[in-house]
Design a protein around this ligand. Sequence first.
Ligand SMILES: Cc1cc2nc3c(=O)[nH]c(=O)nc-3n(C[C@H](O)[C@H](O)[C@H](O)COP(=O)(O)O)c2cc1C
Length: 185
Amino acid sequence: MLVCIVYDSGHGHTQKQAEAVAEGVRRAAGAEAQLIAVADGNIPWDRLAESDAIVFGSPTYNGTVSARLKKFMEDSTHPTWVRQTWRNKIAAGFTNSGAQHGDKLNSLITLALFAAQHGMVWVGLDLFPGNSPEEPNRIGGWLGAMAQSDDVSTEISPIASDLETAAYLGLRVAETVARLQPVAA
Ligand SMILES: Cc1cc2nc3c(=O)[nH]c(=O)nc-3n(C[C@H](O)[C@H](O)[C@H](O)COP(=O)(O)O)c2cc1C
């Protein structure tokens, strides 16, 4: 099983979240995770087409996804949308912003709508909101994994509970793929 994580990160904080998603995917038996940074420029469209699931992630910039992530979305039209190569794949999303709220729900809505336009099947979180900063889903979102980063070193931000929320989403995506795989006759 292959889960690709397509993400952007201007200053490394959302990259930490992406790496946590990948770590969560690998907690599932037999699951492979591949990180794809859109800033690298060369998008491996064939690899994405052969994946079982794609998790999209972006920092929240100006209340939505970053320009680089939006470019990836638009660039997907010809290699992917026209041919419907992601149809029926599992999709999920994550975002990180400077403020606790920061309007980041709009980024997740943008990612979910993008996945829907590709005919993908969106997986959200099934976590109750954490009651303390140490608990997963402390920000209390369900559409995807949220993180908040202070403008400090990526060694300490995002905090452990936000990274665990991201890892949980990765594991949930892999487990959902496994549940949907056809049973051999
Ligand atoms: C151009 C720009 C716009 C931003 N807009 C928002 C915003 O709308 N809401 C917010 O809470 N933080 C905003 N921030 C802060 C970033 O979301 C925050 O610094 C985040 O950790 C950046 O992640 P990165 O290190 O992966 O780029 C913005 C930062 C930049 C550079």
